[in-house]
Ligand binder design. Structure first.
Ligand SMILES: C[S@@+](CC[C@H](N)C(=O)[O-])C[C@H]1O[C@@H](n2cnc3c(N)ncnc32)[C@H](O)[C@@H]1O
Length: 297
């Protein structure tokens, strides 16, 4: 049996994230409504369009309000794509990108259910990095186009080069869910255990420079100084990781909100930092002012 009270509780940080996004999208299309730009919303990790609560998923046949629990929850909890379609002044174009074929099918249903807006929606089954890298090659400024891009992964799927590409368009406002907790878990006290984890972190940060930023070298304390682990000590915490990403965003975007929203798990430990960055030098100050205000609410 599904547990509605728990759904509400466990979903608080997701709701907070989606509320911030939806508030920004509404203000964005309103603020730019008198401008000649073509406005696009790109949801790079779109999911199904509805919020899924994997923890409380039930098999078919479990009845809640006469339907399966899955269906009932999906109807009740809207995800980023469904929310983006509900804003008062719609975007000219929507791109919903999703890797999973099953979820793409659900996005297609969302599209069909959206009447007139459907013709503005493109659903793409793709890896988000591949898709965004290709879109970043377009000449957005020359074409008079602007976009809000929402990058909402479960974990460390987003490569730094993807983010750099978006910044280089000079046309994108980015909402980025940065997985501080997942990254922190890979950073053991005395180093990163596996080469595959290091490689993943290299992709997240666009090279190996993170290591010297996160670890300081300590004099070997072991009788066997050749043991590599004994020579490094972790010198960064979650706040530091968040500040590090803000600093990196600032190297490529016109302006960044300095204090991202830290999203907390049930036990109050940080899970993600919701970051905002604006690429267009002219639009960035107002965009960041709006985003900052939303994040502080
Ligand atoms: C946190 S969920 C997105 C939730 C969605 N934004 C919402 O608010 O409803 C992450 C989604 O990304 C998809 N995904 C995972 N890896 C991906 C990738 N490399 N490219 C695109 N989508 C991916 C997953 O299938 C999952 O649906």
């Amino acid at each position: 049996m599904a547990r509605p009270a728990d759904q509400q509780f466990g979903g608080d940080w997701t709701e907070r994230k989606l509320d911030a996004l939806a508030a920004y999208l509404g203000k964005y299309t309103t603020a730019l409504s008198k401008q000649p730009f073509q406005l696009e919303y790109i949801d790079a990790f779109a999911g199904t369009g509805y919020r899924e609560i994997a923890e409380y998923r039930e098999g078919p046949g479990t009845s809640l309000f006469g339907e399966t629990a899955d269906e009932a929850m999906e109807k009740y909890l809207e995800g980023s794509a469904a929310r983006a379609l509900k804003i008062a002044r719609p975007f000219h174009r929507y791109a919903f990108v999703e890797l999973s074929a099953d979820k793409v099918r659900k996005l297609e249903q969302l599209k069909s259910a959206n009447g007139k807006l459907a013709e503005r929606i493109e659903i793409v089954q793709s890896d988000a990095n591949t898709y965004l890298a290709a879109r970043a090659q377009e000449n957005w400024i020359k074409a008079g186009r602007r976009a809000v891009v929402f990058v909402d992964p479960f974990g460390m799927q987003v490569n730094w080069h993807t983010i750099e590409g978006l910044a280089a368009t000079k046309a994108v406002d980015l909402w980025l869910l940065y997985p501080v907790s997942a990254i922190n878990r890979l950073l053991s006290r005395s180093g990163v255990r596996f080469d595959s984890w290091r490689a993943r972190l290299d992709r997240v940060f666009g090279g190996p420079a993170w290591f010297n930023a996160f670890y300081k070298k300590t004099p070997a304390q072991s009788l066997f100084p050749s043991v590599e682990d004994a020579r490094y000590e972790k010198s960064i915490d979650i706040d530091g990781l968040t500040a590090y990403m803000v600093g990196k965003l600032e190297t490529v975007f016109a302006q960044v909100v300095k204090k991202p929203l830290v999203l907390l798990a049930r036990n109050q430990t940080p899970l993600f930092a919701l970051c905002f960055a604006a690429a267009n030098p002219k639009g960035a100050p107002i965009a960041c002012r709006i985003a900052k205000h939303i994040l502080e609410q």
